[in-house]
Design a protein around this ligand. Structure first.
Ligand code: ATP
Ligand code: MG
Ligand code: FE
Length: 354
């Protein structure tokens, strides 16, 4: 089986072709073309929805052609076309979703509307052998949540942020430190040479029941420290970055620990593993801390390569493939869903048997 996947929910235009791995589990990525729009948005310090939507339109058809060429696949040999239908910026979602439907219609192939968060959660099954149920930590610019992944289409959100997303916190703090957008990688780099103990920033929600996050207080504490210092030396910037990152790492580890407990209580069994996804999952300090947590709790840690954690088409194609195998295809009138919580899926229109 071979599926083409289209991703346009935010600021990456991405198309990929993924097939089943012969004789084994997981998938094979035949092509994975990603065009980031970061340069177009950098001047504004964040993603501008209208610019994003127009940029998707400009490049998508070329990118589809290139993904097929690289995959040495002719469109007629695809088994299905998948596109992310949300959650995300409505303008961008419309572009990818409409292109995916048009392709499926023209080819006479099944169409699959993919939930972008589901795609992040299922990435680990593309790269590794991993059975249900497992726990997924999704940390990106727009999302921060801990989800019990019980089966395809069966998810329970155990916790999410009540204010800022993790990537948003990184980006906002970076902006205060006058670092270029996107701020996450900049902060990680500076933190390597900073003193993480110089500033004792708050760790919101630490030890709190449940698995919710709150990150805006941490951001405010960094702002107050910057105001107090008045002018920032290079060392100040490094120490602020390191101290901020240390705080967010502690919060994430605590929330995941609590999420594992919730999972085990709810499912009556421990998760088969912890999976991370989203652009922030590229952060080495976060990865190492979670690896340690998993080692301590006897939990398998599955972290797809950073390139598959951030937005790309392969995770959409893979989710399409997982759904196609179960007969879960969608109608061509499937509407875009700018808001689409993972555990609110039952209203979708399936032809499926599962
Ligand atoms: P969505 O939330 O819809 O998945 P997005 O575009 O906001 O989309 P991603 O593209 O997955 O999210 O990730 C981008 C975010 O990840 C940015 O906020 C960026 O600062 C953050 N990020 C990327 N690399 C790192 C890193 N090494 N450390 C911390 N944050 C990072
Ligand atoms: Mg992005
Ligand atoms: Fe994403």
């Amino acid at each position: 089986m071979r599926v083409l996947g289209i991703e346009t929910t935010c600021d990456e235009t991405a198309v990929a072709v993924v097939s089943e791995r012969l004789g084994g589990e997981g998938g094979e990525i035949l092509s994975n073309e990603v065009l980031s729009q970061i340069a177009r948005h950098a001047a504004y310090g964040g993603v501008v929805p209208e610019i994003a939507a127009r940029a998707h339109i400009e490049v998508l058809d070329r990118l589809i052609r290139r993904a097929l060429e690289r995959a040495k696949t002719e469109a007629k040999d695809l088994d299905a076309v998948a596109a992310a239908a949300g959650p995300g910026l409505i303008g961008g979602v419309l572009v990818g979703l409409t292109a995916g439907k048009a392709m499926a219609l023209a080819l006479g192939k099944p169409f699959i509307a993919v939930n972008h968060l589901e795609a992040h959660a299922l990435t680990a099954r593309l790269t590794d052998r991993l059975d249900f149920p497992f726990l997924a930590l999704l940390i990106s610019g727009g999302h921060t949540q801990i989800v019990a992944v019980k089966a395809i289409g069966d998810y329970r959100r155990l916790g999410s942020t009540v204010d800022d997303a993790a990537g948003e916190a990184f980006d906002k703090v970076a902006k205060m430190l006058e670092l270029p957008y996107p701020g996450g990688p900049q902060i990680e780099k500076l933190a390597l040479e900073g003193d993480a103990r110089r500033f004792d920033f708050p760790r919101p929600m630490l030890g709190r029941e449940g698995a919710d996050f709150s990150l805006s207080g941490l951001k405010t504490a960094v702002r107050q420290e910057i105001l107090r210092l008045q002018t920032l030396s290079e060392k100040d910037v490094r120490d602020l970055a390191a101290s901020f990152q240390a705080a967010i790492v502690d919060v994430i580890v605590d929330r995941v620990r609590s999420g594992v407990r919730l999972f085990t209580a709810g499912e009556g069994r421990a998760p088969q593993g912890l999976v991370i996804g989203g652009g922030v999952a590229a952060n080495g300090a976060i990865r190492r801390a979670l690896m340690r947590l998993c080692a301590e709790s006897g939990l398998r840690f599955v972290s797809p390569p950073a390139a598959l954690c951030s937005d790309n088409g392969a995770i959409i194609a893979w989710t399409g493939l997982e759904r196609l195998k179960r007969g879960l295809t969608d109608d061509l009138d499937f509407a875009p869903r700018p808001r689409w919580p993972l555990d609110a899926a039952p209203s979708r229109s399936h032809h499926g048997k599962a």
